[in-house]
Design a protein around this ligand. Structure first.
Ligand SMILES: [Fe+2]
Length: 383
């Protein structure tokens, strides 16, 4: 996933041919393992009425996606984080979307009925206006894990033998996702005074017709070439892609709610830190001592943590262009699953990361909870 410009120096080992060959052998097994639960859920979710089930999945995804992105744009507007938020959203959709489209296009070369979403001139114009480079993997550091998972699923379907029809279903969902995203982003662009986007595809009617005709064309082609029963595989691919995309929505939303409300998380960190001092001075923690310019590239944790600076300064970020400067005594709460990185700006920086028990976050809004949490009650908090 590294861009070619990163292939020099310390990254050369990443491109070592022998390691890449080992990776190529291991990847299909890992992907099959990782996505097996999603595949099983997709089989359970696929009803017997095949042509309608494809249409239903894709149509329902388009409506849900449109609602989700529209609400998110409204939330970002209310939080005064629209331009920054759209920057992160465009990174997930354009530089990473090119990778999804490339995977689908390779298969579409032999099977033209794969509905690869067309590149969008409007998206590129918005990227240019917001300072986002559109080259594939330009910002791999800012890919959110669940968005990356949905992309890897498409790569898996495009690479593995026997999954052609599931790829058709996933491609239809990807097209519906793009249509819903574009409608909401067009409204966000209008609010920011960004370049207008072209033709009528940004209207609800135009997008609905476009999604619906892509489904009809794919169903006709698959039925004519492989027979009606083959639509079950298309529906399963669509169902799996829908489940993964819904997870990606939750990840994106959580990241943006966190980023757009950073003062609240700084205040929460102070409250939690006081409780640690009073009740749990020996709480589990990791301590780091890092030299100037040491960079922790973006990553996530599977627990809730504070970052507390004891000595020196660092700049902390979770989005392109973000610079939260932390000095001695400063702190911030990093909820489970939130993407972040940091760079030391002093000769040395010593900082602590106390690991926070989940029930300590009761004092905070529901959206700090990770989208990966398995509790049903938490899942409700995300809707
Ligand atoms: Fe971290």
């Amino acid at each position: 996933m590294l861009s070619p410009s990163a292939s020099q120096g310390v990254w050369s080992e990443f491109y070592n041919p022998e390691l890449r060959a080992i990776g190529a052998r291991v990847a299909p097994r890992l992907e099959t393992f990782l996505f097996s639960a999603v595949g099983e859920e997709a089989v359970r979710a696929t009803p017997a009425d095949l042509p309608n089930s494809v249409s239903d999945f894709v149509g329902a995804h388009f409506r849900a996606s449109s609602r989700f992105w529209t609400r998110l744009i409204d939330t970002l507007t209310a939080a005064d984080y629209l331009a920054d938020g759209m920057r992160l959203l465009l990174i997930q959709r354009v530089p990473l979307g090119r990778s999804r489209n490339l995977a689908m296009s390779r298969v579409a070369a032999l099977h033209p009925f794969i509905p690869v979403p067309a590149p969008s001139v409007a998206e590129e114009a918005w990227c240019a206006a917001l300072g986002v480079r559109v080259g594939m993997h330009s910002y791999w550091q800012f890919y959110l894990p669940a968005v990356l998972a949905a992309t890897t699923h498409i790569h898996m379907l495009a690479r593995q033998p026997g999954t052609l029809l599931r790829l058709v279903g996933a491609a239809l969902v990807e097209g519906a996702e793009q249509a819903g995203f574009m409608m909401a982003m067009a409204e966000g662009a209008r609010r920011l005074g960004l370049p207008e986007r072209a033709p009528s595809a940004d209207t609800a009617d135009g997008a609905t017709r476009s999604v619906s005709s892509a489904v009809d064309a794919a169903v006709d082609e698959v039925t004519g070439t492989f027979g009606r029963t083959s639509l079950a595989e298309v529906a399963r691919g669509a169902a799996a892609a829908t489940l993964l995309t819904a997870q990606a929505h939750r990840d994106v939303r959580a990241q943006l709610l966190w980023l757009s409300d950073m003062p609240r998380y700084v205040a929460a960190a102070r409250a939690i830190n006081r409780r640690i001092d009073q009740d749990c001075p020996d709480i589990d923690r990791e301590t780091f001592v890092e030299p100037r310019e040491m960079c922790s590239t973006t990553h996530v944790h599977d627990d809730h943590r504070l970052v507390v600076i004891e000595e020196g300064q660092m700049v902390f970020w979770g989005n392109l262009g973000m610079s939260l400067r932390l000095d001695v005594g400063d702190m911030v709460l990093v909820p489970q699953g939130r993407l972040h990185g940091s760079t030391v700006e002093s000769p040395v920086c010593t900082y602590h990361q106390p690991i926070i028990p989940p029930d300590w976050l009761d004092m905070l809004p529901g959206h700090v909870i990770s989208p990966y949490a398995s509790s049903p009650s938490l899942a409700v908090a995300w809707d």
